[in-house]
Design a binder for this molecule. Structure first.
Ligand code: NDP
Length: 379
């Protein structure tokens, strides 16, 4: 059967497409520009008969997907902005929400053969902070990010009207905007599904992956092309001199200053930051399973292999044995060995085990394969 994958050139989508093609599916990918479609056709050239790419320049435009959904049986919707192209929340959040609604509206009218939609959301749509950390489940929703972005935007507008200065602290953070975009897009998908359920021939599965690492498939020659999650990985685990991660409290100046004296407080703060994660190849398989498993219909599913500090990743990188044959061109940082993490959020991933039968790679495997890949690229 044929699957439409949006955002086909993305880090995660390329692995989803690879898994689908390997498992016998036909795939139509959507990208925004012709150059991206050419690169993808080259990458999947050995599947020329089963793979095609179409250009959808603006996913938010009504009817953008009409002609691309008519002969497919399933959709995997991954396209969504990661790093805000601008700090204007509307320009950032709208593609996530309207892109989701646009494809759902197209399917409602033209997707006669569609049986299932898999929407790639994020643990960011679940994240909540409690005074005492507790395990978050699919019952939890991130109520704070969208509300905070909304409040900040209202305040900025008010200040502008009154001719007052808008300060840096008035603006929503990148993380807030990204999490708001994922929460609102996922909500829009569920609202649409619940409203039209009775007349739909398909059901919805939402996957909520944690931070995604692992070797990329794209044919990129510079680390600056890495998607956000791998960029953090690269700048934390491989080459911290490439600048502060967006997650750290370091300014670029502090980051540079921190390097020779690795145990500085700011660097230690970065090393103890924690995140839940999943390997991109396991996440791709989760998407394929989400298409296949009957029981997954109507479910929201956290996909998460474990959690760790940046220090855990640095330690795992230093412990890769035997050392990679094509080592990365940087001496690996040692971090701040023994630093303790602060685990603000934890996710219960038992539904993915139960419904999808998920099996995950180990942290060691993810690190080794990522370093090997970076090494081959000369990074
Ligand atoms: P990438 O940046 O590699 O891919 C994002 C894809 O979305 C690209 O194809 C990109 O197209 C497309 N896209 C971005 N903005 C727009 C827009 N305004 N209109 C149309 N398409 C757009 O990221 P990932 O592969 O990591 O992310 C894929 C999905 O997974 C996203 O929905 C993301 O939120 C989700 N996710 C990612 C996590 C991670 O850690 N990486 C964790 C949890 C969820 P283009 O190349 O043209 O910009």
């Amino acid at each position: 059967s044929k699957v439409l994958v949006t955002g086909a050139n993305g880090f995660i989508a390329m692995w989803i497409i690879s898994s689908l093609l390997e498992q016998g599916y036909s795939v139509r990918g959507t990208v925004r520009t012709k150059d991206k479609s050419t690169l993808l056709e080259e990458h999947f050239a050995s599947y020329a008969e089963k793979f095609e790419v179409v250009v959808v320049p603006d996913i938010t435009k009504e009817g953008a997907f009409d002609q691309h959904v008519q002969d497919v049986e399933a959709i995997v919707h991954t396209a969504s902005p990661l790093a805000p192209p601008t700090m204007d929340p509307d320009a950032f959040i709208r593609p996530a929400v309207d892109g989701t609604l646009s494809i759902l509206n197209s399917i409602r009218v033209f997707g006669k053969h569609i049986k299932r939609i898999v929407h790639t959301s994020s643990t960011g749509a679940i994240a909540r902070i409690f005074p005492k950390p507790r395990k978050l489940t699919e019952e939890d929703w991130n109520e704070m990010s969208a509300a905070s972005v909304e409040a900040k935007v209202a305040k900025i507008n008010m200040k502008r009207q009154n001719g007052e200065n808008v300060e840096e602290k008035d603006k929503p953070t990148e993380m807030e905007m990204y999490w708001a975009s994922k929460t609102l897009a996922e909500r829009a998908a569920w609202d649409f599904y619940n409203k039209h359920k009775a007349e739909l021939g398909w059901d919805l599965v939402v996957l909520n992956p944690a931070l995604v690492f692992g070797p990329p498939l794209y044919n990129s020659t510079s680390p600056s092309d890495l998607n956000d999650s791998l960029d953090w990985f690269y700048r934390s685990v491989v080459a911290p001199s490439q600048g502060a991660s967006p997650e750290t409290s370091l300014t670029p100046e502090e980051d540079k200053a921190a390097l020779p004296k690795e145990a500085s407080e700011a660097y230690a703060t970065h090393m103890r930051q924690t995140a839940s994660y999943v390997d991109v190849r396991d996440l791709a398989q989760a998407h394929v399973l989400a298409l296949q498993r009957e029981d997954a219909g109507g479910e929201r599913i956290i996909v998460c292999a474990g959690r760790g500090t940046w220090q855990d990743w640095v330690d795992a990188a230093n412990a890769v044995f035997p050392p990679p044959t094509s080592p990365v061109s940087h001496p690996l940082p040692k971090g701040v060995p023994g630093v303790q993490g602060i685990f603000l959020m934890q996710y219960d991933a038992s539904k993915a085990d139960r419904v999808l039968g998920m099996k995950y790679r180990t942290r060691e495997e993810t690190v080794r394969d990522t370093l090997l890949d970076f090494g081959r690229r000369g990074w």
